[in-house]
Design a protein around this ligand. Structure first.
Ligand code: ZN
Length: 415
């Protein structure tokens, strides 16, 4: 096992750890430990809400979750010799749930997936599913299943939802100004268009005094991906991946967390992955001056790992950029097209007895492939969703006896 450079005691919140992590992006969050290029090391991570969600049969905790505290990140890890303009090379050597433990803390043998309420987080289909729901998933080695979604057992594609490096002060200012401009176009929207800096709930790492205040006042929220990496939620950031991050501050200041046991492309229900706490083993290196050399400036690049579930058969659903509720044609809108591909898949799964909420969570958690299939055939963008048929313990394909409708229960609801 590589040296653990960031520890996490599962029973304590991130603020209560001996060395706390942070939950805002800011250049002044102090480095908690230093690593060298070539070093392999382990980081322990808490589940992204800092333990607010329990292994129970109620979605009240998802409904009431305090998103101001999210995401809790482990780090920042300083990298010796890293300077702005370099590329930080990060190899994901391994990751998984909290090792050798079962218990009440997320990651101790179980994870969860949630549909967030429209008034508290929302999700990709929030206009169709505005209330809070949850499913608990139990881990069995590489596989998982859920008492709330019977008939499904899948192999996980473990990955970190969120890793990134610190922004420079200038880059942070650009984020805040452009996101505030977006919010100003519709400031009362529910869910909001973006999340501005918010001092409430800020965890500034080991910073104190003026530095802590500056982080609370100006620190960027962790929900979106940005130029520094951040919350990509790319399921293929799995074991064996090599990521190239643009470096914006001395030492790079690498942080991350939000580990996922499995997730489909799009992470459609916002908390659509199977969330867990656990560990991630990394190795780092530097390409000096690599940002200009390779033209990698506004986002990381990465080489996907070669370890992933071997699903070879899919049933594919297609969507186009039309709002079918009122027959409105949107122009080349890939988001709307993918939304329709998801809705079409949900409608199909309902014919087999799944509720819409169960189907929504299946698409969020299982390793579906989401593809932008066509963006040139005016006026309709076309997206497709590849659902692996082998995750079901019955034949889900059309044909034969037709859909066998069964009562398959329901996910956790609110009281
Ligand atoms: Zn997540």
């Amino acid at each position: 096992m590589p040296e653990v450079v960031f520890r996490h005691a599962p029973s304590r919140t991130m603020a209560e750890q001996d060395v706390p992590g942070h939950n805002r992006w800011h250049p002044d969050v102090p480095v908690v430990t230093q690593v060298r290029p070539g070093q392999e090391f382990r980081i322990e991570c808490r589940e992204w809400t800092d333990g607010q969600i329990g292994n129970n049969d109620s979605a009240n905790d998802v409904r009431d979750v305090d998103l101001d505290r999210c995401h809790v990140l482990s780090g920042p890890i300083g990298v010796e010799g890293a300077e702005p303009g370099d590329l930080l090379v990060v190899d994901i050597l391994d990751l998984g749930p909290i090792p050798q433990q079962t218990g009440p803390v997320c990651g101790q043998g179980w994870g969860y997936s949630g549909i967030f309420a429209k008034v508290n987080g929302g999700g990709f289909l929030t206009d169709y599913y505005p209330d809070a729901y949850k499913a608990i998933w139990d881990f069995h080695g590489q596989q998982c299943d859920s008492r709330h979604v019977p008939g499904v057992r899948m192999h996980g594609i473990t990955h970190p939802g969120l890793f990134g490096v610190a922004p420079s002060a200038d880059l942070l200012e650009r984020w805040n100004s452009r996101e505030r401009a977006l919010i100003a176009t519709d400031p009362d929207r529910v869910p909001p268009l973006a999340l501005p800096p918010l001092s409430h709930g800020t965890l500034a790492g080991t910073a104190t005094g003026d530095a802590a205040r500056a982080i609370a006042d100006d620190g960027a929220r962790t929900v979106p991906p940005r130029e520094n990496g951040g919350n990509h939620d790319i399921k293929n950031f799995t074991r064996g991946s090599r990521v190239f991050y643009p470096v914006h501050v001395p030492g790079a200041k690498l942080s991350g967390g939000d580990l996922h046991f499995s997730q489909g492309d799009g992470e459609i229900n916002f908390c659509g992955a199977i969330e867990m706490g656990g560990y991630i083993d990394l190795a780092v290196d530097l390409i000096k001056g690599g940002m200009d050399t390779y033209g990698i400036h506004t986002n990381p690049a990465f080489i996907p790992g070669r370890v992933e579930p071997r699903y070879s058969e899919f049933l594919t659903f297609i969507g186009v950029s039309v709002d079918h509720r009122d027959n409105t044609n949107l122009y080349m809108d890939a988001t709307e097209a993918y939304r329709n591909a998801c809705l079409n898949a949900i409608e199909y799964l309902k014919q087999w007895g799944y509720t819409g909420e169960q189907a929504y969570l299946i698409l969020g958690t299982s390793p579906i492939e989401g593809r932008v299939s066509g963006v040139v055939d005016i006026p309709n963008a076309c997206c497709s969703l590849y659902l692996p048929t082998e995750i079901f313990d019955f034949d889900i394909r059309p044909g034969g006896q037709g859909p066998v409708k069964q009562d398959r229960g329901q996910v956790c609801v609110t009281s």
